[in-house]
Design a binder for this molecule. Structure first.
Ligand SMILES: NC(=O)c1ccc[n+]([C@@H]2O[C@H](COP(=O)([O-])OP(=O)(O)OC[C@H]3O[C@@H](n4cnc5c(N)ncnc54)[C@H](O)[C@@H]3O)[C@@H](O)[C@H]2O)c1
Length: 439
């Protein structure tokens, strides 16, 4: 939706609840990290809302406030965490199981983490075949389950004296599904909930419950969840912001940094082969071909959109793009991603680039969860609702309205995000034209 330049933004007073459907590696690394930062044990590395600045006006003006001072974001001290999981472990035990943070780091925040216990989840084994959850709601229908989630949200808000909530899906990747008739309108979707339509995924039930409760919803996984017309209709009715899909971390982050560089220099691409070894629960879930299919679709779209083969057939027509994820338990959350990139330059002479990224998935994802929670809350207090394309920066597969292709280039995404913030505060957008310095 369009929003007026320099619009009024409701202040971030009171506490903000961050609801996390799925409290595994990413969610617990995020919670433990925020607590460590609040207590002065660590710095919020990787978070634009905490460390970013943005330039205002001309280069000669030397105005570069911190993002957190420029727009009214909720303070870390005002965040309160909750969520759902299909296992009963509290956030300390779940984080220990995930094996991302050291025992020493976790023990420093132990009391706080132990106090965070997930509410029982909504789960259907056919959507995540590798998990057998035990902490699960039962209900007469999917509508009944949605109503239980709505009651959970209201309880959580009341018990913790919260002013508002946001939700970020950090649950496992569900099997690949395309929208069907039941996703096409809100009326059909609500009817489908009542009849427990098999095409309605558990993640979509959470999304429905959140949006219905007026809670902005960001989807960190590639599954449908909110990316279909029925939920967008509900978001419009309830004036709730939405965004997704699939946190942009690791290999895809590197792709959306490098590919714009190749295109900027008109270097051709013959092929890009990406493979990963990963040993955490996410890796185990993605070992199921149907869950992997959701991930693959999300990962594959990136290059096609950045490189625009239809505009540059000599450079990018028919390049070969392969993505693999191999579940390899010894590696835990410390993924290794290899890329072999076959490029070509002047007169078609070939070159190769090899990348070996020894990354930590949840370390890269945690600051994204924080930024999304704070920006989605800002969006709601600003009166923005529906798809928040300005947050594409954080996603592998950014949501867009039907018929509009997503912007994948990380640098364009960043400019879009910062220009959106400038616009909200009534500042001039930065176009980089720069002619005024020569007048
Ligand atoms: N870590 C990254 O860099 C990254 C990047 C992009 C996307 N993601 C996505 O983020 C999600 C979380 O990743 P993770 O590494 O934390 O995985 P994880 O397996 O450690 O955590 C997922 C949690 O979700 C729970 N869960 C599954 N179905 C649920 C349901 N219906 N309701 C409630 N809880 C449910 C699982 O029990 C588990 O605790 C995954 O979908 C992953 O693909 C992660």
């Amino acid at each position: 939706m369009s929003i007026k330049k320099g619009t009024d933004i409701r202040p971030a007073t009171g506490k903000l609840g961050v609801l996390l459907p799925g409290m595994g590696a990413v969610a617990t690394t995020f919670i433990a990290g925020v607590e460590a930062v609040r207590r002065g044990h660590a710095k919020p590395i990787g978070s634009l809302t905490q460390l970013g600045t943005l330039r205002l006006g001309k280069r000669t003006e030397n105005r570069a406030p911190k993002v957190s001072e420029f727009v009214p974001l909720a303070k870390l001290d005002d965040l309160c965490f909750g969520g759902w999981d299909i296992f009963e472990d509290n956030a300390y035990d779940a984080a220990k199981h995930a094996g991302v943070l050291t025992k020493e780091d976790l023990d420093r925040e132990r009391g706080f983490l132990e106090s965070i216990r997930p509410m029982a989840g909504v789960f259907e084994p056919s959507y995540v075949k590798k998990l057998n959850g035990t902490h699960i709601k039962s209900g007469k229908s999917k509508l009944d389950l949605a109503e239980q989630l709505i009651a959970d949200i209201a309880d959580f808000k009341k018990k913790n004296g919260l002013d508002r909530c946001v939700a970020v899906w950090c649950g496992s990747t569900e099997v690949y599904k395309q929208p069907t008739e039941v996703h096409s309108t809100l009326a059909k979707f609500e009817k489908g909930l009542a009849t427990s339509d098999e095409d309605i995924a558990p993640s979509a039930i959470y999304a429905y419950a959140c949006v219905k409760s007026g809670v902005p919803y960001a989807n960190g996984a590639p599954n449908l969840s909110v990316d279909f017309p029925a939920l967008q209709e509900l978001a419009r009715d309830r004036q709730v912001p939405l965004c997704g899909k699939d946190f942009k971390t690791g290999q895809t982050l590197m792709k959306t940094i490098l590919a714009p560089g190749f295109k900027a220099r008109y270097l051709g691409l013959e092929g890009w082969y990406s493979t990963n070894i990963l040993g955490n629960r996410d890796g185990e879930v993605l070992d199921d071909p149907e869950s992997f299919k959701s991930k693959e679709v999300s990962k594959l779209g990136v290059l096609e959109h950045i490189l625009q083969p239809h505009l540059y057939p000599d450079l990018y027509k028919d390049f070969c793009h392969v993505v693999r994820i191999n579940y390899y338990p010894p590696r835990g959350d410390n993924k290794e991603g290899w890329d072999n990139i076959d490029i070509f330059g002047w007169l078609g002479y070939k070159m190769q680039i090899k990348i070996d990224f020894l990354c930590r998935d949840s370390i890269l994802a945690a600051p994204i969860v924080l930024d999304l929670a704070l920006f989605m809350d800002l969006a709601q207090r600003t009166g923005m609702h529906g798809i928040q394309e300005w947050l594409s920066f954080y996603f592998k597969s950014p949501m867009t309205p039907a018929g509009l292709y997503p912007e994948h280039d990380l640098f364009i995404q960043l400019m879009k995000l910062k220009n959106t913030l400038r616009h909200l505060r009534g500042e001039e957008l930065i176009t980089h034209l720069g002619t005024e310095y020569y007048d």
